[in-house]
Ligand binder design. Structure first.
Ligand SMILES: C[S@@+](CC[C@H](N)C(=O)[O-])C[C@H]1O[C@@H](n2cnc3c(N)ncnc32)[C@H](O)[C@@H]1O
Length: 250
């Protein structure tokens, strides 16, 4: 698909009260960032990821591999297996980063058949994602906050987030947004680091410790924000309890 066709596909999914043509659009990436939702820590981390975007894949490929071996790849494969993939599905990945997880979608799925919307608060990460993936699949990238998705209600067959909700400014709102844009019975997945891993990894690393001082995380807080009326809710610890994975259906 051409970039113009891909932008038209995003436009179909945008809420009717947003004038898509008036959104800033850089390098074919529409930008929907409202100041209100950049408050709290979101802006700080957006800037951090804009800076880290050039090194993110390098880190996972070399430093991450040196420290954890193949276990990150195994964890990503495991997470992707928690979702209900089918060819042709419309998918929303919130906080796509550089798109690492797309390498781990089950092999029986034709990546090009998926209608994936790739959302992230960091333009730097999205640009990096685009440079890695533009020839391998269709790229519908949107620069937006998880707490303020520009998409219509009941739009996606698969909705998921991997690796950052613990530090969103408003986790509850982000979960409400995921539920809002998911179709009825869509399986939703949220995965991120456990408190133990944050203490041992981020608070110790020279690259990240200044961003994590005085930060802590409690899994029961996230669980509390998932409404009672969701179906088939399940929480698992994966990657030797370094990560949690919560799944539920709308
Ligand atoms: C640790 S990276 C994870 C990237 C990718 N999911 C992965 O597993 O490699 C965290 C990502 O969350 C994004 N992010 C942080 N806060 C966000 C927010 N409030 N809304 C949307 N994305 C956010 C960052 O820009 C970054 O790309």
């Amino acid at each position: 698909m051409t970039e113009n066709q891909l932008n038209l596909k995003i436009k179909e999914k945008i809420k009717s009260d947003i004038d898509f043509e008036k959104l800033e659009n850089k390098d074919w990436i529409p930008i929907y960032l409202n100041k209100k939702y950049l408050s709290g820590d979101n802006e700080k981390y957006m800037k951090m990821y804009n800076k880290l975007s050039k090194w993110y894949d390098f880190w996972e490929k070399w430093i991450g591999f040196f420290i954890y071996g193949n276990s990150v790849a195994k964890m990503r494969t495991n997470l992707m297996e928690h979702l209900e993939w089918k060819n042709g599905a419309s998918v929303l990945y919130i906080s796509i980063g550089t798109g690492k997880d797309l390498n781990f979608i089950p092999k029986n799925i034709d990546l090009k058949s998926l209608d994936i919307t790739w959302a992230d608060i960091s333009f730097g990460m999205l640009k990096k994602c685009k440079s890695v993936w533009k020839n391998k699949t269709n790229l519908s990238l949107v620069n937006c906050c998880a707490e303020d998705l520009p998409f219509k209600d009941n739009t996606f067959d698969i909705v998921f987030h991997v690796w950052w909700i613990n530090f969103f400014s408003d986790k509850k709102l982000a979960i409400e947004e995921m539920l809002r844009v998911a179709r009825p019975w869509t399986k939703i997945m949220i995965a991120d680091e456990t408190a133990d891993f944050i203490e041992k990894q981020y608070k110790k690393s020279i690259f990240t410790k200044k961003y994590y001082e005085n930060r802590s995380f409690d899994l029961s807080e996230i669980e509390k924000y998932i409404p009672e009326n969701v179906k088939e809710k399940n929480t698992e610890l994966v990657w030797d309890k370094k990560f949690y994975c919560i799944t539920f259906k709308k």
